[in-house]
Design a protein around this ligand. Sequence first.
Ligand code: NI
Length: 177
Amino acid sequence: MTKLTVLEIPHPVLYEKAQPVEEVTTEIQTLLSDMLETMYKTNGVGLAGNQVGVLKRVVVIDCASKEEKPDPIKMVNPRIIEKSEEMICHNEGCLSIPREYADVVRHETVTVEYLDENGTLKQRKADGLLAIAIQHELDHLEGILFIDHLSPLKRKMLLKHLEKRRKKQARLEEENQ
Ligand code: NI
């Protein structure tokens, strides 16, 4: 298994729409395994194809807490087929927008349909953190980031904060050379 590079904003691939997978090949299976490993190593709960520079509709998620046993979900061509009217607000982050968090409102429960790694059609009804992660990751496949759900002012502040931290980090690295 290979650890992949997670792309960060403003990489253009993050704003593009991912294309459907025509067939779940061994190549796709390897990609899903690599994405899962990358997600675990970076302490994420979800990762979409766009984030590793692959514009294919593939997503991995594991929302199990540290006390629970792992619950990896590999999804190909996922789509939400049902969503609750009830909404939920959660403080979200994203591996592509490191160490920035903001409250995002999403559907409380969703049912997602997808192909698993063997090409079998599956359905899963989710609530709580898993429902949030599914909506967040499926957004990625549309080129949408969680900050796109914020007000323009909040988004601007978050991006400014990220920029400031990046500059500081670059300065520190320069000093340590
Ligand atoms: Ni994300």
